[in-house]
Structure formats: structure tokens, C-alpha cells
Design a binder for this molecule. Structure first.
Ligand code: GDP
Ligand code: MG
Ligand code: ZN
Length: 361
């Protein structure tokens, strides 16, 4: 077998540099995990690995354990003599994390070292602007760039209307309409999957994430939500899985989350319009409730901003406030730059002008 070049899977120069301090260990990328066993792709192929006792001992937070997408240091690249041992996780360049169900603090790393978060929402039953705001807030905090992927366009008769609604909340992010029922319905996504790039598919169960990935793969490698013939249940994604695409790029499939517990959110990006408005309020500490000359309340009166959006903003603010934003492993500044390059605040302003124009018509 030809050795796998891990750079094609997203290994960065920084990671290579960091790995040099670990003598006699090799680099691999975690592709999936079940209980204490991991699958890790090394330059010699996929192997089974587990965590060293020392690693367990030093972990202080559940988010430090290897997660799908992590680059790790393993003691071997061939597991024929026994499972490999994972000794270290290399610094993550991005992390999509969520709050685990029921807990206030426990963080679950859904995907690490991703470039793009495909926030998937179906154009039929799953369509919900408030949920999308929630996902986008979380995704912006990951250090990766969110992209809205609307699925099942074949089942939607008012796409224009829905796109219009989305354009009033998805500031500065690309939005794509896709379907898995036609040969080219998934093609817009390929642009994000150049060599060395990784994209994670996030969103409710049943919206068609695995089916889209199967389209990208060109074969039905993943189980999707079809009812099985033997009636024993449904084929759906039950765990996170990293998949190498045949042409280029890497994708991470995730099982649906009934609810996305947001632990970290970057509201300055997902709600850039409200930030921008707030800067125009008369009082610096305006709470946008009943102060005079409140630009936010004005915008609501003018129909530029919806009450529901402001309420959702407040809700997310409350939820994430006291979580004491952890020592994020990622470079915030880099992402701020990306946001700026993508138009960032400028697009928030442009966006509000467009809202005003819409109102006048
Ligand atoms: N009509 C239609 N059905 C789709 C499309 N994509 C997926 N489905 C169906 O939706 C169900 C859930 O798909 P799946 O990929 O498992 O969703 P996931 O849970 O997000 O991974 C399956 O029955 C798919 O066949 C689409 O573009 N159009
Ligand atoms: Mg699935
Ligand atoms: Zn105000």
C-alpha cells in the first residue's frame, strides 16, 4: 500500500512542529471512537488505538480526550501486535463542541480540526430560524467557518420565501440549497473540500447529512435513515465518523442532536447586526428594553429586526454567559480576520440596509 500523506488529511506545519518533541511516536488522525477504542488513520492505514494510563491520569477536562478529527501521537502505525497507544493530542486548530445533555458544564467535542461547519437544515420539517441562529452562534465559536446547507430542496415549494427568511438572520455566511435526489444537487459543497480541507456535517437527525456525504463519496458507504427491510429498526448514524473523500478533502459525519446545548458561542458574529445597532444606542449600557433612543428597539419598530431574533440573542447570551469561556485552544484572532475578510461588520451594515429597502417596498 502507498503511504498516506497526512497533509492531504489536514495535518498542518504547526502540528508537525509540535510533534517533533515526541520522539519515537507517530502522527495519526482519529477517525472514529467507540467507548475506549479509537480508530486512527496513520501513514500506514487505519489502526485501532487506546489511551495510555498516563494520559487518563493527567486529563482534567473531558474535552482533552481525543475526539474525531484530532491529530494524535501514537506509539505504532501497525496494530497487528496489539492496539496502538495514544499518548498525546496535538493542539487543535478548531473545535466544534457542545454541552452534553443534562450537564451544565460537560463539554463534548463533536469534531476537531475542521475548516468548515456545514450547518444542515432541511427545507421541510426541520426548518427553524431560531435553531439555525443557535447552530451558527456555536459554529462561529468553533474556529471554523460556518456554511448553511439547506437540504431536501425537492420537498420544498417555497424556496424563495425560505431563502428570504434566512437572509434576514445568516449574516456573512454562505447559504446553499441542496438535494440528494439529483446528480448535481450536492455539488456546491465540493468547493469546501479541496485537498487538506475538513468539513463537519452538523444538524438535526434525518435532515440528510449522511445521504449528502454518500453523494460526495459516490457510493453508499454510510447508513442513512431508510427503514430497513427486516423492520428491525432504522439505519442511521450513531457515531461521529471521519471519512476521506476519493477526490480530495475529508468530511466528518455526526449523528443528529435532539437539541444543541450551546456552551460557547460567538454572538458577535452570528448577531453582528444587533451589535452594530447597539453601538448606536444612546446609552453605552443600554439593555434594549425601554431606554430612550434605543437603536435596537427602533429597528424592531421599523421592522428591520424581529423580536424573536432579539429574544433568541438574549437567551443564548444567558446560556453561555456563566460558562466562563474556557481557555480556548484556538486562535480567535485568526477567525476574527476571516470574518472581517468575509465582509463581517460591513456585511452586517449592508444587511441592515437591505432590510430597510425590503421594508420600503
Ligand atoms: N426527498 C429527499 N429525501 C432525502 C434527501 N436526502 C436524504 N433524504 C432522506 O432523508 C432520510 C434521512 O437521511 P439521512 O442522510 O440518514 O439523514 P441524517 O440523519 O441527517 O444523516 C433518508 O430516508 C433519506 O433517504 C433529499 O435530498 N431529498
Ligand atoms: Mg446520518
Ligand atoms: Zn439599546
Amino acid at each position: 500500500m502507498k503511504p498516506i500523506n497526512l497533509k492531504n488529511l489536514g495535518l498542518t506545519g504547526e502540528m508537525i512542529q509540535e510533534s517533533k518533541q515526541y520522539k519515537n511516536l507517530s502522527i495519526g488522525r482519529v477517525s472514529t471512537q467507540s467507548k475506549n477504542l479509537y480508530k486512527v488513520i496513520t501513514e500506514n492505514g487505519e489502526i485501532i488505538a487506546e489511551i495510555s494510563g498516563k494520559f487518563h491520569f493527567y486529563v482534567s477536562d473531558s474535552s482533552e480526550y481525543p475526539a474525531v478529527g484530532d491529530f494524535v501521537m501514537v506509539d505504532r502505525t501497525d496494530d497487528s501486535q496489539g492496539n496502538a497507544i495514544i499518548h498525546h493530542v496535538l493542539a487543535r486548530k478548531s473545535v466544534f463542541a457542545r454541552k452534553t445533555a443534562g450537564s451544565r458544564k460537560d463539554v463534548q467535542v463533536v469534531a476537531a480540526n475542521i475548516d468548515t461547519v456545514f450547518v444542515c437544515m432541511s427545507l421541510n420539517h426541520d426548518f427553524n430560524l431560531r435553531r439555525l441562529e443557535r447552530y451558527l452562534s456555536n459554529a462561529w465559536d468553533s474556529g471554523a467557518v460556518p456554511v448553511v446547507v439547506l437540504t431536501k430542496s425537492d420537498l420544498c415549494t417555497d424556496i424563495e420565501q425560505k431563502l428570504n427568511e434566512i437572509s434576514s438572520i445568516a449574516i456573512g455566511v454562505d447559504v446553499y440549497v441542496t438535494t440528494s435526489t439529483s446528480d448535481d444537487g450536492y455539488l456546491p459543497l465540493k468547493k469546501y473540500l479541496a485537498n487538506g480541507r475538513t468539513a463537519a456535517f452538523i444538524g438535526s437527525s434525518g435532515v440528510g447529512k449522511s445521504t449528502l456525504i454518500n453523494c460526495l463519496l459516490g457510493k453508499n458507504a454510510l447508513d442513512t435513515g431508510e427503514i430497513r427491510n427486516d423492520d428491525k429498526g432504522r439505519h442511521t448514524t450513531t457515531r461521529r465518523e471521519l471519512i476521506i473523500l476519493p477526490e480530495s478533502g475529508v468530511v466528518i459525519d455526526t449523528p443528529g442532536m435532539r437539541e444543541l446545548g450551546v456552551i460557547h458561542a460567538d454572538l458577535s458574529k452570528s448577531f453582528a447586526d444587533i451589535d452594530e445597532l447597539a453601538a448606536q444606542c444612546k446609552f453605552n449600557d443600554c439593555t434594549h428594553s425601554n431606554e430612550p433612543k434605543c437603536a435596537v428597539q427602533n429597528a424592531i419598530r421599523e421592522g428591520i429586526l424581529s423580536v424573536e431574533r432579539l429574544e433568541n440573542y438574549r437567551k443564548l447570551l444567558r446560556e453561555t454567559k456563566y460558562e466562563g469561556l474556557n481557555s480556548k485552544m484556538i486562535e480567535k484572532e485568526k477567525l476574527n480576520n476571516i470574518f472581517r475578510e468575509m465582509g463581517g461588520l460591513k456585511s452586517a451594515k449592508k444587511f441592515m440596509r437591505a432590510q430597510k429597502m425590503k421594508k420600503r417596498r
